[in-house]
Design a protein around this ligand. Sequence first.
Ligand SMILES: Cc1cc2nc3c(=O)[nH]c(=O)nc-3n(C[C@H](O)[C@H](O)[C@H](O)COP(=O)(O)OP(=O)(O)OC[C@H]3O[C@@H](n4cnc5c(N)ncnc54)[C@H](O)[C@@H]3O)c2cc1C
Length: 445
Amino acid sequence: MAWNVVILGGGFGGLTAARRLERKLPHQSATVTLVSDTNFMLYTPLLPGAAAGTLEPRHVVVPLREQLKRTVLHPGEVLGADPDGKVVRVRSLGGRETVLPYDQLLVALGSTSRTLPIPGLAEHAVGFKTLPEAIALRNRLLQSMEQAEIEEDEATQRELLTFVFVGAGYAGLEGLAELQDFYADVVDGYPRCKIAGSRFVLVEARDRVMPEIQPKLAAFASAELRRRGIDILTETTVERITATATTLSTGEVVPTRTVVWTAGVKPHPVIAKLGLPLDGGGRIAADRFCAVQDRPGVWAIGDAAAVPDPAAKGKPSPPTAQHVVRQAKVAGDNIAHALAGEPDRARPFRYRTLGVFVDMGRHEAVASTLGIRWRGFPAWFLARTYHLALMPGWGRRARLVTDWTVGLLFGRDSAELGRLGHPAELERKLSEPELAPEPTSNPAG
Ligand SMILES: Cc1cc2nc3c(=O)[nH]c(=O)nc-3n(C[C@H](O)[C@H](O)[C@H](O)COP(=O)(O)OP(=O)(O)OC[C@H]3O[C@@H](n4cnc5c(N)ncnc54)[C@H](O)[C@@H]3O)c2cc1C
């Protein structure tokens, strides 16, 4: 009988592992099932481009069915697991609860935004981790500009045209830079906004931006953003958020209606329901082979797992796509060895970061590759080439190149399509007086 391999999560880790297993496992030897709550993988490094309108939202995702040849895609939400009974519970698309048995289980469920108990945060801030959040942010920016354009009250106009990002990691810095670039690109169409002026603020609790990259590169990124007029407030935290203002630890009250929360990630809440050992940060405790401690046949990778970082003794790997993709290949190989009855052939995760890219829009970026530091246009070009190479499939790559070229030649689109996919109810439309049919004379009468 064929083995059952179940992969939870169809992001960077899950998709890469599934493709690896398709290559490594002999045909008919195993059924590989991938459970995911979306039928695509989100290519997160390109999310700021989608928010800023340089890229079509559909072009920053990879449809899973397009990439998977032999893997069975099971659309649904993972609810929990019983490692003793070797089963996973899933609410399948449509609402039915399904129990999936496994011989080998790989958990790659990623992470969610890490929030703090700040008054007003949950009610008024938006995240920047998913495609709906990125598109909502773009629409929010455009709606704010539209409203500010016809607003008579100066104070309200200031609230509408001030944008605050909290957290200066990848997501915060790139997101803010791209969004400000977008604003600058479309503001000519909003003469009153242009006169009123805008304010973009980046708030960071630590003493510098981008702790993930070398201090010199981070300093260059800060200088570039400051040159564009972005306020970077380090060693500052957010104390309180209301619908119209954000209070900072410095005492400053920033009038704003848009606060974007990009201050770190935490494992998905479902991770705690899988019956697996967790580390202090709530990530699954995995060893350097990506195997979960004391749970034979269970593996964990990516943002959801604390796989030891070979570059930093005693620390878990950072939550980056670069790490998870390598871990997925290791886990895929080790699962194949386990099923072949060759557990001694398992190999450890040995990756060291080869390079980092921080795309800041306007043809500017900072990068470090194999010890060489890049800035400005060459870094930007390198970053785009790198993402192009990593995007799976020629069709996907062609879409990216087309979007970038069209944006370069013709600028960006300022249409606000917030209602896309949410049509008004048919019933309501018909009952509207202006849509009701005109009374006609009865030809028979
Ligand atoms: C804006 C942004 C920019 C980034 N830029 C970079 C970058 O430039 N370089 C870099 O290396 N890293 C970057 N990262 C980090 C990178 O995206 C993550 O480290 C990576 O996605 C983690 O991979 P993963 O497979 O663990 O999780 P994910 O890729 O998040 O995949 C998890 C999958 O599981 C699914 N899922 C979650 N819960 C359930 C459930 N209960 N049931 C079913 N499915 C579920 C999710 O929908 C998702 O498809 C960035 C992140 C963000 C947010």
